[in-house]
Ligand binder design. Sequence first.
Ligand code: CMC
Length: 392
Amino acid sequence: TGMFTYDPSFTSTASCDSEITYIDGEEGVLLHRGYPIDQLAGKSHFLEVCYLLLYGELPDAAKLEKFETLVTRHTMVHEQMHRFFTGYRRDAHPMAIMVGTVGAMSAFYHDSTDVNDPHQREVASIRLIAKMPTIAAMAYKYTIGQPFVYPRNDLDYASNFLRMCFAVPAEEYQVNPILARAMDRIFTLHADHEQNASTSTVRLASSSGANPFACIAAGIACLWGPAHGGANQACLEMLREIGTVDKIPEYIARAKDKNDPFRLMGFGHRVYKNFDPRATVMKESADEVLDLLGIEDNPTLQVAKELEKQALADPYFTEKKLFPNVDFYSGIILEAMGFPTSMFTPIFALSRTIGWVSQWKEMIEEPGMRIGRPRQLYIGATARDYIDVENR
Ligand code: CMC
């Protein structure tokens, strides 16, 4: 019609101004508030990155301690929330449980309904960051039939999550600091990624002024799909299906075949048309964890490494700029840690919560914020008269 810009799938539409994350897909650059992701993943830690994303600057020691204490104090979920978990089928996917239970939190925190009150926004942000690991771990424990493990205030964010996932009442659980560090890195590397599908979903949902817990549940729903957060689960399942190194060429041939819908999971990115800088750091972490656990001969990792090598040597992938993305390596780490593939996307969701919350806060605080409302090109029937059913 000439009235609107037609941009299906939003390949060239900027939907907002943002000061949070910068990506240069051609150069493989990712900055949070100006800081390169490799420096944050190498020198900082997740809660500090949360502070940075949320407030715009790195905290001094006192501010960091205060923030960490605040988050730690909000890690428990209301005891009545347990009933939401136990209402699910015992074999439910943990993402199904997370969509429901995070949405259900909106019923527990009516005060958050006033998104125009800065204090309420602050409290809702802290609650979401603090409770998401507890919720993800509870979703996991429920699906494997083990009792919920309450959070502990003396542990750091990543160690606490690992303990809530892997501790059982029958024995002592010691968190391995190398694994805790790798977990923290996975959180950090997934913390934010500007206007991806789930973040755009959170922004659109909250542009109506809806309860933030319900809006984050919308983000979780969007993240679930295999083209987005679900890629890490899909990637590991693919590596297992390939099974042995000799099968790789067959799968590469399928990925290249236009008549076969099969794609190499964990390869390609809408924005990075170069190596994903997060993948570089994640790859180092994967090597570290596998060294520690002494499973260098893990067949899944062998397939991963060989697949990476063969795909990168293939002109189809290099010409289309299809490089391994962050999910390619995170899946391997999570598998080595003992997580089932169904927990990969919940872990992505808990990591990305800070990104969603920061983008939500930025949007709400923008002067003159209006509801998001895309338009369309109508291609349906032209105006016509209603015909009574007996005359059709
Ligand atoms: N394997 C084989 N061919 C591929 C792949 C792949 N993984 N990804 C893209 N292509 C081909 C595609 O067939 C197309 O070829 P042609 O131009 O000849 O038709 C070309 O590359 C461009 O693909 P596209 O689908 O137009 O690209 P997109 O920007 O719409 O999709 C993507 C990006 C990430 C959805 C896609 O690359 C993909 O499906 N990758 C596998 C799933 C995956 O790993 N997703 C995780 C993304 S990163 C984390 C996250 O966002 O959650």
